[in-house]
Design a protein around this ligand. Sequence first.
Ligand code: NAG
Ligand code: NAG
Length: 314
Amino acid sequence: MKNLASIFVGFIIFDIIVAAPTMSSMTYDSETYDIALEDLDNLYDYDENLSVDQAQVEIGTVLPSIAREMHSPLPEEPEEEASTPKLIDGSSPHEPGVLGPHTHEGLPTCLLCTCLGASVYCDDRELEAVPPLPKQTTHFYSRYNRIKRVNKDDFANLNSLKRIDLTSNFISQIDEDAFRSLPQLQELILRDNQIRQLPELPPTLTFIDISSNRLGRKGIKQEAFKDMVDLHHLYITDNNLDHIPLPLPESLQSLHLQNNNIQEMHEDTFCKMKDYSYVRKTLEDIRLDGNPINLSKTPYAYMCLPRLPVGSLF
Ligand SMILES: *[C@@H]1O[C@H](CO)[C@@H](O)[C@H](O)[C@H]1NC(C)=O
Ligand SMILES: *[C@@H]1O[C@H](CO)[C@@H](O)[C@H](O)[C@H]1NC(C)=O
């Protein structure tokens, strides 16, 4: 098909050269030429049964528009996308239709994944990158995939996004501003990945689960959770963490730090040594089991709590 098209383009060029006096402003930029060729190719795909003679007639009638295109500036989209067949939902890579924006493979996100209302479900689709999401997405689930990296543009401008669940991927790197400016993000689940450094997080978060990663000693910034005034669940189990991240917001109800490397605790970690009347009544669930810490060493550290932390007392 392409060969056939090349032959005809050859004819066209020949015709153009013959007709040169009337088309003297025409340029034969090789890139323009390639794109015109792709257009011809697509043209043929629409009607495979044309005989050579018919095709020639078709080309003749199509020529004026091609000539116009050769005059106009290059289309902005890269060639790869230009050759992608048009999809049934009538959307284009630049104007998302009902099936959402197109992935790099040219498939709209809502064909690759399942979109229900404003939720996008992409569990277990062998994804290697976060697919481009429809602008109105509120919940995004992409568990059990092969995503290695979260880029700063992956969630850009998704102003309605409330929940991101990337459980069980291969994420080792997250751009510093990948989540920072999501104005409504409440729940961030990054369980079971290979994350070494937690990026900056928005203060709107209420639920964070970064269990089973590799945060270690330095993976969490100082005061990382300080401004999250609505944070109620913080799960950071199995990370080789060597300290309890401070300060913990007043709103916190549940803190899971099992199976880390926490060896000691400050007496002010949960309570205020200078204010014995202080009560932290929301923090009911603290798990420190599986850490080399002896909770009996800091008996005053739990005075303000409704319940003792779970962990070794010996
Ligand atoms: C093309 O030809 C095939 C076989 O001759 C026929 O079955 C098919 O319907 C034709 N397609 C068009 C678009 O005419
Ligand atoms: C834990 O701390 C208590 C109180 O300081 C102490 O009596 C006990 O020996 C410690 N246990 C271990 C295993 O260090």
